[in-house]
Design a protein around this ligand. Sequence first.
Ligand SMILES: NC(=O)C1=CN([C@@H]2O[C@H](COP(=O)(O)OP(=O)(O)OC[C@H]3O[C@@H](n4cnc5c(N)ncnc54)[C@H](O)[C@@H]3O)[C@@H](O)[C@H]2O)C=CC1
Ligand SMILES: Nc1nc(=O)c2c([nH]1)NC[C@@H]1CN(c3ccc(C(=O)N[C@@H](CCC(=O)O)C(=O)O)cc3)CN21
Length: 293
Amino acid sequence: MSDTAVELSGEHVIAFLDDYSIEMTGKDVPGLDEARDALPHGTRVNVTYLGAEDLEQRVTAARAVREHGLLPVPHIAARRLTSEQELARFLDRLAEVQAIDKVFVIGGDPSEAAGPYPDALTLIRSGVLERHGVREVGIAGYPEGHPDIPNSALWEHLEAKVETLRERGLQTVIVTQFGFDTEPVVAWIRELRSRGIDAPVRVGVPGPAGVKRLLGFARRFGIGANAMIVKKYGFSLTNLLGTAGPDRFVASLATQLTEQGLAKDVKMHLYAFGGLRATAEWAQRFTLEGARR
Ligand SMILES: NC(=O)C1=CN([C@@H]2O[C@H](COP(=O)(O)OP(=O)(O)OC[C@H]3O[C@@H](n4cnc5c(N)ncnc54)[C@H](O)[C@@H]3O)[C@@H](O)[C@H]2O)C=CC1
Ligand SMILES: Nc1nc(=O)c2c([nH]1)NC[C@@H]1CN(c3ccc(C(=O)N[C@@H](CCC(=O)O)C(=O)O)cc3)CN21
């Protein structure tokens, strides 16, 4: 990257990093406790809805987020729900621990629905969210597409979800799948805005983590990580023992979005694959370095 690009990125990187959100798994309350000093008060902390977690683990994690002065954003995976009652019970428990204001609704990786919700749209349309006190709903965006879902279906569902949430008086935020390449992200945000979708976007960014671990997650979720992409990102496929942070990705993305007039209402969502504390400390350090540039 040229010096001018780095210089230019300074202030924009700060704006981009300001008010980042971060994601934890339902099991990682110890990691949250470790990271608390490094997380700015009021940071949104998303709590995953993975198959290997149970309801009480997810609720416990959301409550811990709240108790640390952070804002819980529990995930709900539509296809993993076996019944309307299971969803109602989860939402009731979230309300009890004051973690119902914001949720993130995702289709879910199972190839078929376990119960009445085949996709996020069906769940949102049921009206169950606002009945339980939800006010903001996160939905997913895929700058690189999805390995099992055609792009046309992704856009149709995204537009329908945005429209339905608007009709229902719910706030919308779009959180994107993580990636290592800035180009598809910039192009996707341009397309999103050209379709008239003005909802705030949080771009998925992997926190600093071991190269092997990052590549494992990339393969699992169908994310592009060829030699050229990862070299630009800042690591090499021949050194699996190293670690890689998103420094260049974030600086380059912030610069491109600013230069192209696309930076408005775009922030960052950190997937803490390398641990919550390491990720929060990375954000702290990177913001400080940005301030000095
Ligand atoms: N972006 C992220 O951070 C995460 C993404 N995912 C995965 O992304 C996928 C899509 O989620 P949304 O965008 O909320 O989709 P959605 O629920 O809005 O559905 C959009 C379209 O994709 C289809 N679809 C949904 N899940 C599918 C699956 N697993 N396999 C094949 N087709 C599927 C739906 O039937 C619908 O036609 C899911 O597989 C989900 O598990 C899961 C967790 C986190
Ligand atoms: N298609 C798709 N499905 C997903 O489930 C998914 C995505 N995409 N995109 C990224 C997010 C982030 N996800 C994850 C999944 C696992 C861990 C993780 O740390 N897993 C532990 C297992 C133990 C635990 O539950 O804490 C691990 O060591 O692998 C982190 C983030 C899941 N996510």
